[in-house]
Design a protein around this ligand. Structure first.
Ligand SMILES: Nc1ncnc2c1ncn2[C@@H]1O[C@H](COP(=O)(O)OP(=O)(O)O)[C@@H](O)[C@H]1O
Ligand SMILES: [Mg+2]
Length: 257
């Protein structure tokens, strides 16, 4: 099982759209077995895959109450099927914020590798594990980054993109002590075809040396409509330009990992 995290210290930059689209395309279009993990207390990915329950069990229990740490849950008991044949999910809800705090307070040795340990139990059952992250590098997201081999970092024109990416890189560097193979790859999201957009891509790639997906994801109102409909974008808009971009990106991804 290849574990991929979608993370950026910026909010509203397309993390969830990217994670959900990749998961859908891998699972429903390529027939890969996909496990989705929702690492954001907002539960947006859980909503997209029809698994959001404000009081339900999911990633919090995996991190706090797994048999590995003296609790009563096995990983498979916290995985839910979705309406999509090849996609299962470990959902999240607002309780994940408490989980972050509880892990922080515990100061136990395994507090940052709990997800990694728990996932070994099911790694033979899936080809890919796609993790949507929240914006903060909290204990939950650290658990995700220590389970992953690749971090996909969405970036868009018009912000402090290089600073945000640098931040992420520094954080990832620190985590490399425990997870030496972790790599970052940037994907341009909400890309418009104007000079500033194109310059920005060149600048990130050539000036700052970021590894980037050659496929940028274009901006389209369809992506927002898909979010509002709470469906994975590639299901909502099978032929839209953003879906096509994500398909091309997934081709690149499958070649790489
Ligand atoms: N390619 C795109 N074009 C236009 N809007 C987009 C695109 N990708 C995402 N969005 C919209 O931007 C908003 C934030 O996206 P989201 O994926 O939730 O970001 P994050 O998870 O980083 O907060 C959502 O309303 C989403 O529909
Ligand atoms: Mg999100």
């Amino acid at each position: 099982m290849k574990t991929i995290a979608v993370m950026s210290p910026k909010g509203g930059i397309g993390k969830t759209t990217t994670a959900d689209s990749i998961a859908y395309i891998l699972g429903e279009e390529h027939g890969k077995r996909v496990l989705v993990i929702d690492g954001d207390p907002q539960g947006d990915t859980s909503k997209t895959f029809g698994a959001y329950e404000p009081e339900g069990i999911g990633l919090s229990e995996l991190l706090e109450r797994h048999v590995n740490v003296g609790g009563d849950y096995r990983t498979s008991e916290l995985i839910q099927t979705t309406q999509y044949e090849h996609i299962d999910i470990i959902p999240a809800n607002g309780y994940l914020m408490r989980t972050d705090m509880n892990l922080l307070l515990k100061q136990e040795e395994n507090q940052v590798t709990r997800l990694r340990d728990a996932l070994t139990e099911v790694s033979g059952a899936y080809d890919y594990c796609i993790c949507d992250c929240g914006r903060l590098l909290d204990m939950v997201v650290i658990n995700i980054l220590l389970s992953a081999s690749l971090v996909i970092a969405p970036a868009k024109v018009g912000g402090f993109e290089n600073e945000a990416l640098r931040n992420l890189e520094e954080q990832v560097e620190d985590l490399k002590e425990v997870n030496p193979d972790l790599k970052i790859k940037v994907v341009m999201t909400m890309r418009q075809k104007n000079k500033t957009s194109l310059d920005m891509e060149l600048w990130l790639h050539e000036e700052y040396g970021w590894k980037m997906f050659t496929t940028p994801i274009r901006r389209s109102i369809i992506a927002e409509k898909a979010t509002m409909s709470m469906k994975p974008l590639p299901e909502f808009s099978k032929r839209g330009i953003v879906t096509q971009d994500y398909r091309n990106m997934v081709e690149e991804l499958m070649r790489e990992v």
